[in-house]
Design a protein around this ligand. Structure first.
Ligand SMILES: Nc1ncnc2c1ncn2[C@@H]1O[C@H](COP(=O)(O)OP(=O)(O)OP(=O)(O)O)[C@@H](O)[C@H]1O
Length: 250
């Protein structure tokens, strides 16, 4: 079997006096699609920031593609942050320019784009179905279209791992469904490994193939069937009360 994409061992993270992650052990294997769920303030974004190397944990270790976090080629990881879709409508950049900015890490800011780079940009835009909007101003697109443009920016450098932090916040149910369709295709047809933080517990089981339920501790990590079977028990532990979950997809 190939090496894990992400391997987290006994990870703890503390902000000032507040321990927000405690003793987390979690492995993401190649080709998996992991959904991270948990209540507000449960440490989901902190965990993602540790995986991306933005935060340095006080305890434990994380390796990504077999190397300590921060030591791998950054272009192997695509990231779409929580705030990516709160874009100023006057922002003076086209979809093509925003997507091309995803290559700056590889190119350096002032190196010219070659024909091959431009083809990569066009391909990433096509992957998310925005070809007819490629010359539109990003700020003038709908929230769902903007979100797809940011996915294209994360995909343009051809990453092996895509990390998404609450990508469907502020997006309506129909657009969210289309968006999940896109993620499913990237996962199933292109074999991309994905990690997605989400509040959408109902939909998680129909989109991801692994679920991690977090609230400082990891309360569940396994397949969606096991999660559904023990859902009330796990959510009561993690959320502290019975939470009725309505699935969007059944
Ligand atoms: N930079 C920071 N400094 C101090 N405390 C922080 C910082 N960032 C987050 N926290 C706190 O750490 C806890 C976990 O935050 P985190 O953003 O990881 O949770 P989350 O599960 O992603 O939350 P949400 O679902 O609301 O986005 C929260 O109590 C938050 O207030």
């Amino acid at each position: 079997m190939s090496e894990p994409v992400v391997e987290i061992k006994n990870l703890s993270y503390t902000y000032d006096q507040q321990k927000v992650l405690d003793g987390i052990n979690l492995t993401v294997n190649q080709g998996e699609f992991l959904g991270i769920v948990g209540p507000n303030g449960s440490g989901k974004s902190t965990l993602v920031k540790c995986i991306l190397g933005f935060l340095k944990p006080q305890q434990g270790s994380i390796s990504v593609f077999g190397k300590p976090v921060g030591k791998q080629d950054g272009s192997r990881i695509g990231y779409v942050s929580q705030k990516a879709n709160s874009f100023n409508s006057g922002f003076p950049a086209t979809v093509k320019e925003v997507v091309a900015s995803g290559l700056y890490g590889k190119l350096g800011l002032f190196r010219r784009m070659t024909k091959k780079h431009m083809e990569q940009v066009e391909r990433a835009i096509a992957q998310v179905g925005l070809t007819s909007y490629k010359d539109h101003n990003i700020g003038k697109l709908s929230g769902g279209q903007q979100q797809r443009a940011f996915i294209a920016r994360a995909l343009v450098a051809d990453p092996d791992l895509l990390v998404l932090d609450e990508p469907t916040v502020g997006i309506d149910a129909k657009t969210t469904e289309q968006f999940y369709g896109l993620l499913r295709r990237l996962h199933q047809e292109e074999g991309l490994t994905l990690i997605m933080v989400t509040h959408d517990i109902g939909a998680v089981s129909s989109v991801v193939d692994q679920v991690a339920c977090l609230n400082r501790h990891l309360f569940y990590h396994g397949d969606p069937a096991g999660f559904e079977q023990r859902q009330q028990e796990i959510l009561t532990l993690a959320y502290g009360h019975d939470l009725q979950v309505v699935s969007h997809y059944h």
